[in-house]
Structure formats: structure tokens, C-alpha cells
Design a protein around this ligand. Structure first.
Ligand SMILES: Nc1ncnc2c1ncn2[C@@H]1O[C@H](COP(=O)(O)OP(=O)(O)OP(=O)(O)O)[C@@H](O)[C@H]1O
Ligand SMILES: [Mg+2]
Length: 210
């Protein structure tokens, strides 16, 4: 399905990736992190070919993926545990991890969710906690797969503010043209298994030809 899909992100770049349902956007993001393996061919990230599971450890430290489905991301009993999991895994002490949880929740105005049972959160709350769990690991690059799914207008606006305030390089997968325009107006398209510039999606989306 993917064949030679390749894209380059300069540090600090904000790029959107669009494409039809089933074109392979989520698959491509998972392949970058080694969560799915290509049936054929090689994967190169940060200038190095990644083959073995151990090759992807560095990638997963440097790149954070917010999954399209928050239930794929959150697996701990409570929000605080879900957000602390990444920092603990990166070698932080429990008190350091708790301080990070506090900082991230405050930055996202989510402290009220800290001790909630994760699987009982609403869909939108899960999306926000999933993003918080990724930001807690302070990755260099954020891969966001449909981050506005399930968000109400107020939380969507807050998400825009959060993303615009972050220093990270961002690759955004989103079907929402207005959201892309605000967060990552440069658009690449995935079709036929390849990533290419697609001016119809970039300029045209604003004038209704997308
Ligand atoms: N785990 C899997 N095993 C086999 N095929 C899969 C798996 N996950 C997805 N696919 C298939 O791969 C194709 C691409 O799926 P993918 O989820 O990457 O699309 P997408 O571009 O993210 O679509 P959408 O816009 O709907 O999110 C689809 O045909 C899908 O059915
Ligand atoms: Mg997808």
C-alpha cells in the first residue's frame, strides 16, 4: 500500500498530511515509530535505517505519536499513571514524574482530570489526556493523528493555542482544513502510497477547490 512514501521535516517545521480514508496516513505514522513494520522495503528515520526493535528506541524517545484512537494510547487505571508512565519509562524518579504530570496538566488546564479513572473519561477528555501523556515525554517531534477528533469547540480552540505555543516539530494528520490552516498550513498529500506536494489541498482548501 505504501510504496516509497517519504517526507522531510526540518526542525521546528509544521506540516500537515492529508489523504483519503484508508490511504495509509496512520499506518505511515506507526511505521515511523516501528509499531508496524513494512511488508517490504526499509524505514529510515533521523537519517538512519531502522530495522530491529532496538533501532526504534531512539526514534521513540525523540518522536511522540498521539494515536488516532486514544484507547490505543491509554492503558493505565488512572490519568496520573497514564501520564507518568512515559517519564518513568525514560528513567525519571517517581517524584520527578509526578512533577511533570502536574506541569503538563496545568499547562493544558486539565488538573481536574488527574485522579480520574482513564477508561471512564469522555472521548474528548481521552484525546486531551493522550496528548498530555505524549507531551510529558518532551519529544522533539510530535506526530498528531486526527487530534481534533471528539473535541468540543472550546477544547479545539484550546488545542490550537497549546500547539501554537509548543516548540516541537509537528506533523499533523487532519481532515479539518480550518484546523490545518491554523496549526500546520503546509500540506503534503498521501496517495497511491507516496507522499507528494499537493497544491490543491494547500492553497485550494481555503478557496474551496480542495
Ligand atoms: N493492523 C492492520 N492490519 C492490516 N491492515 C490494516 C491495519 N491497520 C490498517 N490497515 C489497512 O491499511 C489501510 C490504511 O489504513 P490507515 O489506518 O493507515 O488509513 P488512514 O489514511 O489513516 O485512514 P483514515 O483517514 O480513515 O484514518 C486501510 O485499508 C486499512 O484497512
Ligand atoms: Mg488514520
Amino acid at each position: 500500500m505504501l510504496c516509497g512514501a517519504s517526507l522531510t521535516l526540518e526542525p521546528g517545521a509544521r506540516v500537515s498530511l492529508v489523504g483519503a480514508n484508508g490511504s495509509g496516513k496512520s499506518t505511515l505514522l506507526k511505521i515511523v515509530l516501528g509499531l508496524r513494520r513494512p511488508q517490504r522495503g526499509t524505514v529510515a528515520v533521523f537519517g538512519r535505517v531502522r530495522r530491529e526493535e532496538s533501532d526504534f528506541h531512539e526514534v521513540r524517545r525523540r518522536v511522540g505519536l498521539v494515536f488516532q484512537d486514544a484507547d490505543d494510547q491509554l492503558f493505565c487505571p488512572t490519568v496520573v499513571e497514564d501520564i507518568a508512565f512515559g517519564p518513568l519509562n525514560l528513567g525519571k524518579t517517581p517524584s520527578e514524574a509526578l512533577a511533570i504530570v502536574q506541569r503538563v496538566l496545568e499547562a493544558m488546564h486539565l488538573t481536574h482530570l488527574r485522579d480520574r479513572v482513564t477508561h471512564r473519561l469522555s472521548g474528548g477528555e481521552k484525546r486531551l489526556v493522550a496528548l498530555a501523556s505524549v507531551l510529558a515525554m518532551d519529544p522533539e517531534v510530535l506526530l498528531l493523528d486526527e487530534p481534533t477528533n471528539a473535541l468540543d469547540p472550546e477544547n479545539e480552540a484550546r488545542l490550537v493555542d497549546i500547539l501554537l505555543s509548543l516548540p516541537q516539530t509537528i506533523l499533523l494528520v487532519s481532515h479539518d482544513a480550518a484546523f490545518r490552516e491554523r496549526v500546520a498550513p503546509r500540506v503534503l498529500a498521501l496517495s497511491g502510497g507516496c507522499v507528494h506536494q499537493d497544491l490543491r489541498w494547500s492553497a485550494g482548501s481555503a478557496s474551496g477547490t480542495g
